[in-house]
Design a protein around this ligand. Structure first.
Ligand SMILES: Nc1ncnc2c1ncn2[C@@H]1O[C@H](COP(=O)(O)OP(=O)(O)OP(=O)(O)O)[C@@H](O)[C@H]1O
Ligand SMILES: O=C(O)c1ccc[n+]([C@@H]2O[C@H](COP(=O)([O-])O)[C@@H](O)[C@H]2O)c1
Length: 210
């Protein structure tokens, strides 16, 4: 029996946007993964000081966006438990659910890699993963000196990292929320159904960032 290889795309998804979807599909194809599972964070550990849209809305938008691709699915594993959504706990739960032999590939943008050594139990996360898949993100440049610093902060990190080239899009949820406050367009930066959901639920109409 062949080992199942599953890609995991975790995020606050506040809201999900086209770059998330393009990255997920590109990584799935490049690494020949069986499927890509989106995991909306219940309580994103590094965004605890920020107000996010209600979890039911973030989840609904991820489900709508993922429905367009038969290889995509959505997991409620971080939504159905309380407390900060630490990845290490998520990986233990998923391995229990899918079998210890399942190969897990967690996808992050370059901005998140910079923070990775500060995550909860990062070495244990790496042990659970087949690869930490990193994609470039506009504004964040790879650089050898920085790579060495990362490796010094968390020995073994770079060995686990697999860089995948994906089209780079300068789209962020922060910028989308700002655009909505300022009545600027978000069309084509989020799936049409997601935009319709945002409009009909009056999401992101007021500035909430500090
Ligand atoms: N444009 C992008 N290109 C590559 N990776 C991205 C891009 N946007 C988000 N990601 C990655 O997707 C994952 C989930 O991102 P998240 O839901 O926090 O979106 P975001 O756009 O970074 O949100 P925010 O602006 O609110 O911080 C993270 O690993 C992040 O690095
Ligand atoms: O486990 C941690 O300590 C941890 C710290 C920061 C981020 N994460 C995860 O990384 C993913 C992207 O996070 P964010 O904050 O950029 O949306 C999401 O799945 C988070 O749960 C995880």
């Amino acid at each position: 029996m062949s080992t199942r290889s599953i890609g995991l795309m975790g995020g606050t998804f506040d809201p999900i946007h086209l770059a998330h979807l393009i990255v997920a599909e590109e990584v799935r194809y490049a690494l020949n993964l069986n499927e890509m599972v989106f995991i909306p964070a219940g309580e994103p550990p590094h965004k605890m000081n920020r107000t996010t849209a209600p979890v039911r809305d973030r989840l609904a938008m991820v489900e709508m966006a993922a429905a367009s691709n038969p290889h995509f699915s959505v997991s409620r594993v971080e939504i159905d438990r309380s407390g900060p959504s630490y990845l290490v706990d998520t990986l233990h739960l998923l391995k229990k659910q899918w079998g210890q032999e399942t190969d897990l590939f967690f996808v992050i943008g370059w901005d998140s890699l910079e923070d990775f050594p500060t995550w909860y139990k990062p070495a244990e996360i790496l042990e659970q993963l087949q690869r930490l898949v990193v994609v470039h993100r506009p504004g964040y440049q790879e650089d050898e000196a920085y790579n060495q610093q990362l490796e010094a902060r968390l020995p073994g990190l770079l060995q686990k990292v697999c860089l995948v080239a994906a089209p780079q899009l300068d789209i962020s949820s922060t910028n989308l929320r700002q655009r909505i406050v300022e009545n600027r367009p978000i069309k084509y930066q989020v799936p049409a159904e997601v935009e319709a959901y945002i409009r009909s639920h009056h999401l992101y109409q007021h500035q909430t960032e500090s």
